[in-house]
Structure formats: C-alpha cells, structure tokens
Design a protein around this ligand. Structure first.
Ligand code: MTE
Length: 320
C-alpha cells in the first residue's frame, strides 16, 4: 500500500487532525517510556490492562499496515460486538470467557476438491503469521485501529482447491448456547453466518486472524480464530469461526435475515450510502474522547486503491 511518504507528502498535510494529534500523543507517551517498542517494531501498550495471554509474535507486514496509532489493548478488548454474549459493548468481555475453546476445529467443504477439517495448531502452522495494523470501521459509525496477527485467508482457501462452482464463501461461527447468554435473547438467527464472494475472500487483505497485539485472540475478540475484512463494515468479520463452505449461490447472512433493508451482502464501507437510520459520512475513533471531532469515513475504509477493482461496473448503492 502506498503511504504518504512514498509520494512525498508529509503526514501533517493529509492526516485528519484528530488522528495527527492522537499520533503525537502516542509518540510522546512512547518517548516517556510508558510504551515500549516490541521486537516487531510496533509499540506495545504497557498500561495496567496491557496485552495479556499466550504470545503470538509475528513480524509486522508494513505493506498492508496503516501507520495510524493503534487503539489500546483496553479499547480493543472491552468495547466489543459479539451478540452471542449480549448486546451491550461490555458483555463480550464479561461473558465470552465462558466459551469452550478446546478442542477447536474448522471444517472447510462444499465446492472444493479437497475438503478439510483442521485443528487450531494445523491452522496456525498453515502459513507464516504476520502482524497487520488495520482500521476497523463498524456499521455503527465508530472505528478503531487494531494490530491483528494472522495470514491471508487465501492461503487456507487454496489448500481445499475450490472448483468452478465455488463463487461464494460462507463463514459459520461457534454456537454454544449454554455458554452464550445472548443466544437466548433472539437478536439474530444463530449460528452467526457471514459471507464473501470468492474473489473478495481471496484478496490478500482478507485476514484469517489468530491474535491481537502479539497475543492469542481473547475470547471477546473472536478466539481462537476469526476473519477480518478491513474494507467492509465490522459485522462481516465473523468471530470464533468453525466452518467455511464454498458454494455457487450467495448466502443469506445473519444480518441480512434480521434486517434486509439495513444490511446488505456487500457491506463495503461507503460514506456515500447512509444506513437507513443514520449517516455513514463520519466516524468516531474510539479512544479519542467523545468530544473530539469525528473523522471523515473513507470509501472502502481507505483500502480503495487495493480493493475498488473488485467492484468495477457495480452499482454500490444498490449492492450495499
Ligand atoms: N462475529 C460473531 N460471531 N458475532 C457477532 O456478534 N459482531 C460483528 C463482528 N463479528 C459479531 C461477529 C461486529 S458488528 C463487529 S463491529 C466486529 O465483530 C467487532 O469485532 P471486535 O469486537 O473484535 O472489534
């Protein structure tokens, strides 16, 4: 990805002011020693609630990473959407620890020559792990910057050898009603199902994700593995993945079933297409204080150079 430095523009000239200010604040903190530069070159938050859990070190992939300062571990792990555990932002951190994480397998089947069932170890070892610092834009018009650890989902999809019928990829996530207090609330049809077109899923930005901040994913962020699709609204990034199915027809996803007028299959971040109940033109960056100015939302969440070509000739207002 081209950075402002490649084209000779200083970040202060193009970066929205709140980001620029928060980056300066971040650098000042780093200079004060409250943040330590890790082996990967990414600053690790060292506050009291700093990164915890098994280490999952991986070199940072500068090509696909944003230079924006990442949100803190605390922001990323306490302000969550994971409706299986309740609709409150704090519910996943409170309850997701009840999820059974072992044994864990992912079944990949459908229109493939080699269906596979892989355990977590086999999945982690399938390709070298990288750290990718991505923007995450939620459909609720807030955003974060998150240092994920994983590898391009394409590595896994190639293993199963998709057939000519494989045009869509369907993700199914864990359903453990006894551990998930949100399931009985009936907000969505469970299990949570999401989907991508195969060419979207094969794009290198689509990340099969095992960690955050160099640690194994905490339960509330989708342990033990999830998908991250940074140019789409956050709900496309299914957590706690158990199944991947390739098929000819587009799936009806959980959100499309719940509110078809509000949530389409594509869900590309698009400031020009409002949600029926609110604008998508701007976003609140979590951690910058509720009174700081909102940021302009970028088409495809700022990843347009890399992904706009996937949608050439499509009416993105109709295919929302
Ligand atoms: N995956 C499952 N299984 N259940 C969910 O409710 N919520 C989605 C997505 N993945 C969700 C899910 C939404 S709306 C968002 S914004 C992101 O997860 C939030 O990811 P984060 O909590 O790691 O930031």
């Amino acid at each position: 990805m081209r950075t402002p430095w490649d084209i000779g523009i200083r970040p202060s000239e193009i970066t929205p002011e709140p980001i620029w200010r928060s980056r300066r604040r971040w650098l000042q903190q780093a200079a004060l020693g409250s943040l330590a530069l890790g082996a990967t070159g990414l600053a690790r938050a060292a506050d009291a609630d700093g990164p915890a859990g098994p280490a999952l070190e991986a070199p940072r992939d500068a090509h696909w990473s944003t230079d924006e300062p990442p949100n803190t571990w605390r922001d990323i792990t306490t302000y969550n959407n994971f409706y299986e555990f309740g609709t409150d932002k704090g519910d996943p951190a409170k309850y997701a620890g009840r999820m059974r994480l072992e044994p864990w397998t992912v079944r990949i089947d459908g229109a493939v020559r080699k269906p596979l069932t892989l355990d977590l170890d086999a999945l982690r070892r399938l390709a070298p792990l990288e750290e990718r610092v991505y923007r995450l834009r939620c459909v609720e018009a807030w955003s974060m910057v998150v240092p994920w650890t994983g590898y391009s989902l394409s590595h896994l999809l190639k293993q199963v050898e998709p057939t000519a019928d494989a045009r869509y990829v369907v993700f199914t996530t864990a359903l453990q009603p006894e551990a998930m207090p949100g399931v009985a609330q009936g907000v969505l049809d469970w299990p949570y199902v999401e989907g991508l077109r195969l060419d979207e899923a094969m794009h290198p930005l689509a990340l099969l994700t095992f960690g955050v901040y160099g640690r194994a994913l905490p339960p509330q962020n989708g342990a033990p593995l999830r998908v991250i699709v940074p140019w789409k609204y956050g709900f496309k990034s299914a957590k706690s993945l158990v199944g991947i199915r390739l098929q000819a027809e587009p799936p009806v996803t959980s959100w499309m079933r719940a509110a078809p007028r509000e949530y389409g299959f594509y869900a590309n971040v698009n400031p020009a297409v409002p949600h029926p109940r609110w604008s998508q033109e701007t976003e609140h960056r979590i951690g910058t204080g509720w009174f700081s100015p909102r940021l302009p939302t970028q088409p495809f969440n700022g990843y347009g150079d890399a992904v706009a070509g996937l949608y050439q000739g499509m009416d993105l207002a109709r295919n929302f």
